[in-house]
Ligand binder design. Structure first.
Ligand code: GLU
Ligand code: ZN
Length: 481
């Protein structure tokens, strides 16, 4: 029985919380491949549940702020087809989505947290804090704030609030703080090792720890999928949620991306930058496929799958705790796989975009054989940047005496094939015979015919691109005169 089209099974669907995930990048430099990795998992989980994927810009660290970095983040998301539902450029019901535009909100919640006893004002001067740090370092103690302002009297606080101050988190002493990661289970932290961190700075800007909690709460984030490097901040976040009495989202900390030598993929490495992948001619489909494999295993053990298949099969609970190494050789292999999936038209368009402004290759695009060249190159290419080397010989080297002799032999043998016999099977047979009877290697044959060490498939090129006359002419030229 339904009322205005409403029935019991819909009630069930409606009462289920809408899944809301987010990434919270800071615009502090070039777009990092780690941001794409996070975006992929958060996007997929939101899509899988018909939920929303949010991009929040965490720009409260004004010292590290880089002009234009935000735009680059969105450019990267577009390149990877990871379209968000809410962000500074796409209004939703929970904005603003740039933290620098939410200062009043943090101010209000900071005051509330102080009232609730979860935070306190600190009036310590820079000098005092430096002194403290020096002393702690000398005594080989962990450098952390000493709770100096924790127990100031009401009057003292009132008096000092006219001046400069920060708001600090009140971390209880001698407690175990237990945090729950949905992949790792409960993790315990000794509260004495956790600092009373600054939540609101003297300029009124919140720090990451505070803003991230307030915003994830207010933006109704249900699942936080973020990098493992944030695990150590997790107890602070947990304390803030609990002081406010707020329901926590579910947390999943994804494994760190590591280089083959186990080191962390750092900002200084070229391939940390999303632009590097574009410049090398990696395809977004291949990169996403590769990134997905770094945190997750396909239920059928598949290596190749599309974003749609990932969305369809992905379960957050299956995120691994340890990532395999960030192996660029594997990415290249996958990229080749994806290049071969493209239609000629699409690949041509990609190549034309990739080589825009490159005069040398523009000529190649005008050749009447261009489609064929692309098709032949498609079978060999691992990255778009390899196309040029396949179709244009950049550095021609001189032929050795021996190679000139081979040219002569090849000329003689191949001239025996007249135009109607100039077919792939006949040529293959001729070359095989040469190899068997004269002991000439295929490698040498390849060089002598093409003038390059490697490139497009030889016989197809001889028949379909160059043709008999062209090949014979070249061989004659290279023969001893
Ligand atoms: N702003 C943080 C970052 O740059 C966000 C961390 C988080 O997801 O909580 O990655
Ligand atoms: Zn203080």
């Amino acid at each position: 029985m339904s009322f205005f089209g409403y029935n019991a099974s819909m009630a069930k669907a409606i009462s289920r919380e809408t899944v809301r995930t987010r990434i919270a990048p800071s615009p502090t430099g070039f777009p990092h491949i780690g941001t794409v990795y996070q975006a992929l998992f958060n996007f997929a989980w939101a899509r899988r549940n018909r939920g929303n994927f949010i991009v929040r810009i965490e720009d409260t660290d004004r010292e590290r702020f880089v002009e234009g970095a935000e735009g680059k983040i969105f450019e990267a998301l577009d390149f990877f087809f990871l379209r968000e539902d809410e962000s500074p450029r796409k209004r939703g019901g929970y904005g603003p989505y740039r933290q620098s535009e939410r200062l009043k909100i943090y101010q209000k919640y900071a005051e509330e947290l102080v009232e609730k006893g979860g935070a306190y004002y600190c009036f310590c001067t820079k000098e005092r804090l430096e002194e403290l740090r020096k002393k702690q370092t000398e005594e080989k103690k962990p450098t952390m704030y000493d709770k100096h302002c924790l127990n100031l009297s009401k009057e003292e606080i009132k008096e000092k609030l006219g001046g400069v101050y920060v708001v600090r988190l009140k971390v209880p002493e001698n407690k175990t703080i237990s945090v729950k990661d949905e992949i790792r289970g409960f993790i315990n932290f000794d509260s004495n090792l956790i600092e009373d961190s600054v939540l609101v700075k003297s300029d009124g800007f919140p720090t990451y720890h505070f803003a991230v909690v307030v915003d994830d709460y207010l933006m109704k984030i249900t699942h936080v999928l973020r990098g493992e490097e944030w695990l150590s901040s997790f107890p602070k976040h947990t304390l803030i949620y609990d002081y406010f009495g707020w329901k926590k989202p579910l947390f999943y900390h994804t494994p760190l991306l590591r280089n083959p030598d186990k080191s962390k993929l750092s900002k200084r490495q070229g391939h940390a930058n999303v632009d590097w992948y574009k410049e090398e001619g990696f395809l977004p489909e291949a990169i996403l496929n590769f990134l997905a494999l770094l945190g997750w295993t396909h239920p059928e053990g598949k290596d190749e799958f599309s974003l749609y298949e990932f969305i369809d099969k992905f379960d957050v609970g299956e995120i691994r705790t340890v990532a395999p190494i960030f192996d660029l050789t594997k990415l290249e292999w996958l990229n080749g796989v994806w290049i071969r999936k493209y239609s000629l038209e699409k690949l041509k368009e990609l190549l034309q975009n990739f080589y825009k402004g490159d005069k040398e290759i523009e000529e190649v695009f005008e050749s009447k054989h261009i489609d064929l060249l692309i098709r032949l190159a498609q079978s060999r290419m691992k990255k778009l940047s390899e196309f040029k080397g396949l179709v244009i010989s950049s550095k021609e080297r001189e032929y050795t005496k021996e190679e000139m002799e081979i040219s002569k032999i090849l000329f003689e043998k191949l001239s025996a094939l007249d135009i109607k016999d100039w077919r792939e099977d006949n040529i293959l047979e001729t070359l095989r015979n040469l190899k068997n009877e004269n002991g000439i290697s295929m490698k040498a044959i390849y060089f002598v015919i093409t003038g390059r060490e490697q490139g497009l498939p030889l016989i197809e090129t001889m028949v379909r691109v160059e043709g008999r006359d062209e090949i014979l002419k070249k061989l004659k030229e290279k023969s001893p005169q």
